[in-house]
Design a protein around this ligand. Structure first.
Ligand code: CP
Length: 318
């Protein structure tokens, strides 16, 4: 599966910032071969037979949790899930003790989603099995950025150079935006951001991106737009005076997309707030890659589990 000249050295996948361009291309190429398996009548490979993958999701998830589960099973790994509800986390067990308890069952990989930034790294430093960050606080969501990169590479026929992506919406609270900015810049994509000033993160002026507050101007000549979910559960700070005003100014519709390049693609990590950050007609347009992103998510997560399960773990160098 791997190029003989390429050596995967990572014990864990915690953030895209740890990946070289060569690592990313390797993940995307392996994902492509798994994507082909996923279209076959029998969607199964024996690659991770005998390996155990724990899905430890302390925050809600549909896409990430399900696709890691499907990915593990398609590679013949045994997968089992732990969520906050119904676990001893609800009795006050700490992250460290939960991690050590899971590791005592000898899993090969723990996939963790957690509301606290740094939770995945905290476990990775204490456990000898591989750890995959499935989203930690506002910090990082590396497999989301990798699947977005996969979907864009496919849509752009493998060519990232000179392309421009607009990331639109609640950037301040978005681990998806943080991971995508880094990864897509690494691949040579120009990244533009558009959001109300209150939904731009502190220090955004140092990010390697253009910033444009007006959506019409932001859409001009872009190759793709990535809409972000307005994180309504994190809006208690009163960052937005009025949701209908937000929708009027920042909900992506076809009127804005006409200013983008012909055939511009639309992405959304999901779940979508239709009518708030993305118009129904755009979400259901053939140029919208949302469901392709979900399919890519299974293939990319198969590639990540394969690399950590076969080449990572406690023998890797980092
Ligand atoms: N994009 C994403 O992380 O979706 P879920 O929260 O459903 O996993």
């Amino acid at each position: 599966m791997q190029d003989n000249n390429y050596n995967w050295v990572h014990k864990d996948l915690l953030d895209v910032t740890q990946l070289s361009r060569e690592d990313v291309i390797c993940i995307l190429d392996i994902a492509k071969s798994f994507d082909e398996i996923n279209r076959r009548p029998v969607k199964k490979a024996p690659t991770l037979k005998g390996k155990t993958v724990v899905l430890f999701f302390a925050e809600n998830s549909t896409r990430t949790k399900t696709s890691f589960d499907v990915a593990g099973k398609r590679l013949s790994a045994d997968t089992f899930a732990l969520s906050t509800s119904g676990s001893s986390i609800n009795k006050g067990e700490t992250l460290k003790d939960t991690g050590l308890t899971l590791e005592a069952m000898h899993p090969d990989i723990i996939v963790i989603r957690h509301q606290s930034s740094g939770a995945a790294q905290f476990l990775a430093e204490r456990l000898s099995c591989g750890v995959v960050n499935a989203g930690d606080g506002w910090h990082a969501h590396p497999t989301q950025a990798l699947l977005d990169c996969y979907a864009l590479r496919e849509a752009w026929n493998g060519d990232f150079a000179g392309k421009t992506l607009l990331i639109l919406g609640d950037i301040a609270h978005s681990r998806v935006a943080r991971s995508n900015v880094h990864l897509l810049r690494l691949m040579g994509v120009n990244v533009r951001l558009c959001a109300p000033r209150t939904l731009l993160p502190a220090g955004v002026g140092h990010w390697p991106c253009e910033i444009e507050n007006d959506l019409d101007r932001a859409c001009r000549d872009v190759d793709a737009v990535m809409c972000l979910r307005l994180q309504l559960e994190r809006q208690q700070a009163g960052l937005l005076p009025d949701l209908s005003e937000y929708a009027r100014r920042y909900c992506l519709d076809h009127k804005h997309l006409r200013l983008a390049l012909p055939g511009a693609r639309v992405l959304h990590p999901g779940p979508m707030n239709r009518g708030l950050e993305i118009a129904d007609a755009v979400a259901d347009d053939p140029n919208c890659l949302v469901l392709r992103q979900v399919a890519a998510g299974v293939a990319v997560r198969m590639a990540v589990l394969y690399l950590l399960g076969m080449h990572g773990g406690c023998n890797a160098e980092d």
